[in-house]
Design a protein around this ligand. Structure first.
Ligand SMILES: Nc1ncnc2c1ncn2[C@@H]1O[C@H](COP(=O)(O)OP(=O)(O)O)[C@@H](O)[C@H]1O
Ligand SMILES: [Mg+2]
Length: 258
C-alpha cells in the first residue's frame, strides 16, 4: 500500500503519518516513511534524534549533478530527465527495525512548472519508489503536493487528506481534492484529527461526505504533550485504536484492484 498524506499545515499530517508507520513498525512489517514536506519533521516525530535523521536527498548536489549530468553553473542546460535512482533508497535511508525513513528536502523552483535537475531527480526517485518497492510507503506531504507531479502521482494508491474540525483546514482539503483529480490520483480518503467532542465528529462527518472518511482521531493531551516534549505520539491507546481502524479501512479500500 502506498499512501500520500496531505492537508493544511498543523492539521496533524506528520502525527498521523508517524502513527501509521508505528502500526507497521510494532509488528515488524516493512514500511518506508518518506518525508516530502519541505518543512520536514517526520524524523523527530518518529523518535529519531537530530543526528540520526537522514540527509535530505535534494541537498546531495554532487550526486544529483552526477546522475542527471547537469553541470554546476549550467542550470538551464541539458540534463537527464530519467537519472539512475534505484540505489538511492538503500543508501540514503535511516533504518530502525522494519522502518526506513527517507527525507526528500526542498527544491527551489524558479517558477511554476519549471523543472530543474533537483526536481527531475526527485521525480525519478518518487517514480522508482512507488513502482518498485514491494512494501508499505507512507509519504508525509505538504498541502501543495509539490513532489507528486503528473506520472508520479498515478503510482500512489491513495491520498489521505487530514482535516481538523475547523473551516480553514476544510477549505484546504477542498483545494486538494481537484488537485488530486488533476494529477490522476485514483483514490482519496479523509481522516479527521483532533476531535474534542461529538460536535467535532459531526462537523467532520457532515462536511466530508464526497469521499470516505476513514475515521476521526480524538484530541489527545498525550499526543499534544509528546509534540511539546519532542517524543513520538504513540502513548495514547484511544488514538492508537482509531489509527488501527483507519489502517484496516485504508488497506481494504486503497486496494487499486477494486
Ligand atoms: N490528535 C491530536 N491531539 C492533540 N494534539 C495533536 C493531535 N494531532 C496532532 N497534534 C498536535 O498538533 C501539532 C501539529 O501536528 P503535526 O502533525 O505536526 O501537523 P502537520 O504535519 O499537519 O503540520 C503538533 O504539535 C501535534 O502534537
Ligand atoms: Mg508536518
Amino acid at each position: 500500500m502506498k499512501i500520500a498524506v496531505s492537508g493544511k499545515g498543523g492539521v496533524g499530517k506528520t502525527t498521523f503519518s508517524a502513527l501509521l508507520c508505528n502500526e507497521y513498525e510494532k509488528e515488524g512489517t516493512v514500511v518506508l516513511a518518506v518525508d516530502a514536506d519541505p518543512d520536514a519533521n517526520l524524523a523527530g516525530t518518529l523518535g529519531f534524534t537530530a543526528d540520526q535523521a537522514p540527509t535530505p536527498i535534494s541537498s546531495l548536489k554532487e550526486l544529483i549533478e552526477e546522475r542527471t549530468g547537469a553541470k554546476t553553473g549550467a542550470w538551464g542546460g541539458y540534463f537527464k530527465l530519467n537519472p539512475k535512482v534505484d540505489d538511492i533508497p538503500g543508501q540514503f535511508c535511516v533504518k530502525r527495525g522494519s522502518l526506513s525513513l527517507m527525507l526528500l528536502g526542498t527544491v527551489e523552483n524558479a517558477g511554476h512548472g519549471c523543472i530543474c535537475p533537483e526536481s527531475a531527480f526527485l521525480k525519478a526517485l518518487m517514480l522508482h519508489i512507488v513502482f518498485n518497492e514491494n512494501q508499505h510507503l507512507i509519504m508525509d506531504m505538504e498541502a501543495g503536493l509539490e513532489h507528486l507531479g503528473r506520472g508520479t502521482a498515478t503510482a500512489v494508491d491513495a491520498i489521505v487528506v487530514v482535516v481538523r474540525p475547523d473551516m480553514k483546514s476544510l477549505e484546504t482539503a477542498r483545494r486538494i481534492v481537484p488537485l488530486c483529480k488533476e494529477l490522476g490520483i485514483a483514490k482519496l480518503f479523509y481522516v479527521g484529527n483532533e476531535a474534542q467532542d461529538e460536535k467535532d465528529v459531526e462537523f467532520l462527518e457532515k462536511n466530508l461526505n464526497d469521499h470516505p472518511l476513514l475515521g476521526v482521531i480524538p484530541a489527545s493531551a498525550e499526543v499534544r504533550d509528546s509534540g511539546r516534549e519532542g517524543r513520538g505520539p504513540f502513548g495514547d491507546e484511544k488514538v492508537n485504536e482509531e489509527v488501527k481502524k483507519i489502517r484496516k479501512r485504508l488497506e481494504e479500500e486503497a486496494d487499486v484492484s477494486k
